[in-house]
Design a protein around this ligand. Structure first.
Ligand SMILES: *Cc1c(COP(=O)(O)O)cnc(C)c1O
Length: 333
């Protein structure tokens, strides 16, 4: 059976780098949405909690429930319209109309659109949101935003940070006016944290960097993060090919010499890519298998997602997140 190994050593190495930069473990919230970017939701929750992380971020309450025992609080990025109150769940408000649908007493994080124009309320609607939060008896735990260009070589991040600063000043005024407790602020993803030298807000939301990747242009000096996931396949069968024999669909590979080849139990049905890369695979990757030279019992199919990501002109997130949740995941030292 194919399997995924998660290196605890590399994970803790990455968390050390990020927490050093922040000055404390309390300031790092780990983003575990989408099966922890393919790494395994519960397994990554366990490991990060063992390290001392107290906040996690997921997409839905269903995900939050699965990891509830590991954290003090869990932020749900995309709440639905019939959420139940849960003292550990914090709901992100992505749109002003959502406020009236959240259960009384719920803890909320108000998201502000500071220039990404994807989700969050407009800064001019801040006071209206405060009124609605009060009317609906919600608890405003935090105000947040998201930066769109932290991993690009441009000054856009600084323009958006200026907008964010204005929002925060406004929040402080409204907090006094409406007699709310002072909300926390959070804005940075991995790229922002890696890029800026003095992050001011209360905590960061880190996903990809914890898993050992960044997408920063090479001109930025980056700490040495280590990928933590490796994907392994096991042998199904071995055969001897004669020179001239062809392998797989369309006979896409032709043996130039007599050779031993084996079939392994990973394919595009496992969320791997259907691709032709003769450094590794002989012929095309099939749905449930691929053919590789030799007869090793198991082979490592992937231990650095950025190589495949570059090949397909996409990003490491895209490669990792697609790995099937059905593959067994195990922690190794
Ligand atoms: C996914 C997500 C993050 C994490 O981004 P990384 O680039 O993986 O660090 C942070 N904030 C929000 C709102 C997100 O949706």
């Amino acid at each position: 059976m194919s399997f995924i190994e998660i290196s605890k050593k590399n994970y803790f190495h990455n968390l050390d780098i990020l927490c050093d930069k922040l000055g404390s473990k309390e300031r790092l919230a780990v983003v575990l949405k989408d099966n922890a970017y393919g790494h395994g939701l519960v397994l990554m929750a366990k490991l990060s909690s063992e390290y001392g992380i107290t906040k996690a971020i997921v997409r839905t309450s269903d995900e939050a429930k699965q990891i509830e025992s590991y954290f003090k609080s869990i932020i749900v990025l995309v709440p639905n319209s019939n959420e139940e109150n849960n003292p550990k769940h914090h709901f992100v408000i992505n749109d002003i109309s959502q406020i009236k649908n959240l259960p009384k007493g719920a803890k909320v994080h108000l998201k502000i659109d500071t220039g990404m124009h994807r989700s969050g309320i407009l800064s001019k609607s801040l006071e209206e949101a405060y009124k609605l939060i009060k009317e609906n008896d919600l608890v405003l735990e935090a105000v947040m935003t998201h930066f769109r260009s932290a991993d690009e070589l441009s000054s856009e991040l600084f323009w958006q940070q200026k907008n964010w600063k204005d929002v925060k000043e406004n929040v402080l005024k409204l907090t006094l006016k409406y007699n709310f407790k002072q909300p926390l602020f959070h804005s940075a993803n991995s790229a922002t944290l890696l890029r800026v030298s003095n992050y001011q807000d209360d905590f960061v939301r880190c996903g990809i960097a914890t898993f050992g990747y960044h997408q920063m242009p090479s001109c930025y000096e980056m700490p040495k993060l280590k990928p933590i996931l490796s994907l392994w396949a096991e042998k199904i069968t071995t055969r001897d090919l004669k020179a001239g024999q062809r392998v797989g669909y369309g006979g896409a590979f032709t043996a130039q010499k007599d050779m031993k080849v084996s079939t392994y139990d990973i394919g595009y049905g496992d969320g791997f890519f259907r691709y032709k890369n003769e450094n590794m695979f002989l012929g095309k990757v099939s749905m449930d298998s691929c053919v590789i030279e030799g007869d090793a019992q198991k082979v490592c199919i992937l231990d650095d997602a950025s190589e495949i990501a570059n090949h397909f002109n996409t990003i490491s997130y895209d490669v990792l997140v697609k790995l099937s949740p059905m593959i067994d995941r195990v922690i190794v030292r």
